[in-house]
Design a protein around this ligand. Structure first.
Ligand SMILES: [Zn+2]
Length: 54
């Protein structure tokens, strides 16, 4: 195993977040948040050791 699931996003690097409003087309407004820890990959190299960040 060369990669581990990113502990920051638990593998869900890209998630659509509903902003609670609707745009002019009547669609729900959502934004896509990319995990800053794994840069949207959902995994982190096993050899990479990162300090604990709260
Ligand atoms: Zn991540």
């Amino acid at each position: 195993m060369t990669h581990r699931i990113c502990p920051n996003c638990d593998g869900h690097a890209s998630v659509a977040i509903t902003l609670g409003g609707r745009d002019t087309h009547g669609h729900l407004r959502t934004i896509t948040a990319h995990c800053p820890a794994c840069h949207g990959t959902g995994t982190r190299p096993a050899r990479t050791r990162e300090g604990a960040r709260a």
